[in-house]
Design a protein around this ligand. Structure first.
Ligand code: SF4
Ligand code: SF4
Length: 424
């Protein structure tokens, strides 16, 4: 796509990136067919091709309006369009650049500005968010239905195994996860301990920066990244093998640290190294496949002896639906790995139609665009429950919390289902 950038962005790093991305787009529109917001709203400007066109106009100097901003706000950043695009258009990066440019030219006002400010300041602070969540959990039964659905009951990380692993990996605690679903990292620690890996958190690390970046605060996201790098670096130099993420949304962000801090002379090199070491927990478990299969075989023995069933009959006794988060399948491009682990663990995965579509959680999207988000959640739950599973597995806290608010079926991180399976 031929582009003539306006003075404000021509010659800048963002301008060069945007130009290269725009050049790749050939207007074919294949991406539109797999875009959740286009499917729901039926407007070209609420699909990737239309949004690319809007961003191009802004970067060429056409003044954006509130309507331009609305079409960009409605994008989930799910990146299904990137998975579909045959030309390799890096849409999400172009969107970040476009959103920043629009944000500067069409300032937000009133409730919208206030809500975004609150989300930007509270969500990424584990202590503030955790305190608010604890208060909510204490009075949960008294809360009105809609709010109650967003506050999970108080739970714990469970019993952790003593540190006997010779291999050590860092794990990101995250901002919302410790207070909402502490058992996710608890389960990851127990499972990896059984595979000979000690997972530990660096206490100074915090939010990965995704919340701020998605609320158009790039400088805040860079600050979060620098703080995490400072927290992790001494452990990396001391031999920590990897930095493990149990939320695929955080995984996408940390794996992008090299790009995020590429112009920061003091941090660029360290950021690139940290990004290289970042792993989704499914990558770590998949790399230990032989040890995992041995563990599963051992844990199946008592069951098999007690029931008299063969291994193949034991498998399939627990139908489970897997919701692959957009950040896992489109962001990290990790497709099928979790499903293989769950199948090996004896879960019978039920079919899920339109598995490429977003559930509507998308970070703060469910709060900022509640109507679209709710429609997507209802569609996703219908697809997930069509095969009559006993429960649902996912890989990102945002999706888990969002989906759980709409069903009584248990929804857990897949590592929690695996942890329970190995505990038998
Ligand atoms: S990121 Fe998702 S919602 Fe946004 S344009 Fe692409 S497919 Fe549509
Ligand atoms: S599929 Fe790719 S090349 Fe085609 S319109 Fe969409 S972004 Fe452009």
């Amino acid at each position: 796509m031929e582009t003539h950038l306006a003075d404000f962005i021509r010659g800048t790093q963002a301008g060069r990136e945007a130009e290269a991305i725009l050049r790749k787009c050939v207007h074919c529109g294949f991406c539109t067919a797999t875009c959740p917001t286009y499917q729901l709203l039926g407007d070209e400007l609420d699909g990737p091709r239309g949004r690319i066109y809007l961003i191009k106009q802004v970067l060429e100097g056409v003044p954006p309006t509130e309507k331009t901003r609305l079409h960009l706000d409605r994008c989930l950043t799910c990146r299904a369009c990137e998975s579909t695009c045959p030309s390799g258009v890096h849409y999400s990066r172009l969107l970040d650049i476009g959103r920043m440019a629009v944000e500067e030219r069409v300032p937000r006002r009133g409730v919208d500005a206030f809500l975004r400010g609150v989300l930007r300041e509270i969500l990424p602070r584990p202590v503030v968010f955790g305190t608010a969540m604890k208060l909510g959990q204490m009075v949960r039964l008294l809360l009105p239905g809609a709010l109650k659905a967003k506050v999970p009951p108080l739970t714990s990380a469970g019993t952790l195994a003593p540190d006997t692993g010779t291999r050590k990996m860092l794990v990101l605690a995250g901002c919302a996860q410790p207070s909402m679903y502490p058992n996710i990292n608890g389960a990851a620690k127990r499972v990896l301990a059984k595979l000979g890996i000690h997972l530990f958190e660096a206490s100074e690390a915090g939010c990965c920066g995704a919340v701020k970046l998605h609320l158009n605060d790039a400088a805040g996201a860079q600050e979060n990244a620098r703080r995490n790098i400072d927290a992790w670096w001494p452990h990396v130099t001391a031999g920590a093998e990897a930095i493990v993420m149990t939320a695929s949304g955080c995984g996408v962000q940390v794996k992008d640290y090299g790009h995020l801090l590429q112009d920061d002379a003091a941090y660029a090199e360290k950021a690139a190294r940290i990004a290289e070491l970042a792993r989704d927990v499914s990558e770590v478990v998949a790399a230990e496949k032989t040890a995992l299969l041995a563990l599963l075989e051992k844990s199946a023995q008592p069951l098999r002896a007690a029931s008299g069933l063969t291994a193949s009959l034991l498998a399939g006794r627990h139908p489970l639906a897997f919701h692959s988060p957009c950040t896992l399948q489109h962001g990290l491009k990790l497709k099928g790995g979790v499903e293989q682990i769950l199948a090996a663990a004896g879960f019978d995965l039920t079919p899920v139609a339109d598995g490429h579509l977003c559930c509507g959680s998308a970070g703060t999207y469910s709060i900022l665009q509640p109507e679209i988000s709710l429609q997507l959640r209802n569609n996703k739950l219908a697809a997930l429950t069509a095969g009559q599973p006993d429960g649902i597995a996912s890989a990102n806290i945002g999706c888990i919390a969002h989906l759980q608010a709409g069903t009584n079926l248990p929804i857990k991180h897949w590592i929690e289902w695996l942890d329970e399976r190995l505990a038998h």
